[in-house]
Design a protein around this ligand. Sequence first.
Ligand code: ADP
Ligand code: MG
Length: 256
Amino acid sequence: MIQPIITARNIVTYFGKNIVHDGINLRINRGEIYGLLGGSGSGKSTLLKEMTLLIKPQSGEIHVLGENLHNISPLASLKLRRKWGVLFQAGALFSSLTVAENIGITLREYSHLPAKLVKDIIHMKINLVGLPEHAAALYPSELSGGMIKRVALARALAMDPELLFLDEPTSGLDPVSAEAFDHLILQLRDMLGLTVVMVTHDLDSIWTIVDRFSVLGEKKVIAEGTLNEVLKNPHPVIKQFFGGTRGRIRRQREEA
Ligand code: ADP
Ligand code: MG
């Protein structure tokens, strides 16, 4: 059964005179990998921050896992925050902490688990994201870009969330590392039954792992749906975004 896990209705957001969202509507279903697309400055990161209780829109309603974020109580908000993991754009690791310490931060902050159990969980998460055992003792400066993203992902997964929010997780990675990271997200979704909300401008991610997505533009959601559905939308922003995509997909299908 298709079950919405996040809905946004008529979201309006502005910073001073800068109107970022003027009536955003979307629906994210349980278990899907959902993409948020749009040009730079179209309000993707802002929307992700609104979905994770970091900022409040001026009007409209966002529901996440059955909670209305608009009038959520402090206690409900604390409980809800434990149900999601976040990997933000500037989600840098603490350079003075080891990989294991970085991954353990939220566990230590939110849980009162015994130290031995925290250690076991950290090692499990290191395995889960495909990092080698010895990475636990390394510092961020000793890691490749792809490994850093995996550590940040392991940290986001530390509390066994139902929901994972990713802001441009593959930006800055070379194409091979980006593809490997995408496949990891897909595997984790399948294995853990996660729902994933991912801001991306990477067209490869969109046709390999994203189930449905929305395109933000002109302060609204210009199109929402599967790739095939969105490509049917004649809006110029869609055409510009996916210029040449139709041809490329057709070619890929013919080769397959
Ligand atoms: P995107 O992630 O799609 O590139 P953002 O959500 O980061 O876009 O930003 C959307 C718009 O909101 C931009 O014009 C940006 O300058 C503005 N903005 C975002 N956060 C703030 C803030 N904290 N204060 C003022 N303006 C902001
Ligand atoms: Mg952004």
